[in-house]
Write a protein that binds this ligand. Structure first.
Ligand code: CUA
Length: 158
């Protein structure tokens, strides 16, 4: 079978970009451990307030784990509990969040913390806070009339 020269170039380009893409995805998944933030831990959205750790939202110092603090957030239309948190600069923090009603976002502006909160699921993200200052936490999933006012505040203090 004869394949035209340009056809070969395109086939090579297509196959090469696929391989490069798979290598990038493979490295980010297996070497850097990136994965979709949700769908690993389940929770009954009707009973969020009774179930640990969501029965006690806020910042908790932990010992013997790969992170120094656990920050627990409960989202519901149209606010976050707690409305403000404070963590020390340089600490490693695990954010643990869920929603009691509809889908909400959890984005910390100016950082790469960005999770989708889905009813029935627990979203988690571990990061080291390496910038001091105040960071707005905002909802980036449209959730209703109060969507644009749904915020919290992360304060990273020296
Ligand atoms: Cu919550 Cu938009």
């Amino acid at each position: 079978m004869h394949i035209h020269k340009y056809e070969k170039w395109w086939l090579t380009l297509g196959a090469t970009s696929l391989v490069v893409f798979l290598i990038i995805v493979g490295i980010s998944a297996f070497h850097y451990g990136s994965h979709p933030p949700s769908a690993k831990v389940y929770i009954d959205p009707e009973r969020v307030d009774e179930i640990a750790p969501f029965n006690n939202p806020g910042v908790h110092k932990v010992e013997g784990k790969d992170w120094d603090y656990e920050v627990v957030f409960v989202a519901s239309a149209f606010y976050y509990n707690p409305p403000e948190i404070e963590v020390p600069f340089g600490s490693t923090v695990k954010f643990i969040a869920t929603t009691k009603d509809v889908v909400h976002g959890f984005q910390v502006a100016g950082t790469n913390i960005n999770m989708m909160l889905e009813p029935g699921y627990v979203s988690e993200y571990v990061t080291t806070v390496d910038k001091a200052g105040e960071f707005l936490i905002l909802c980036n999933e449209y959730c209703g009339v109060g969507h644009s006012t749904m915020t919290s505040m992360l304060k990273v203090v020296e």
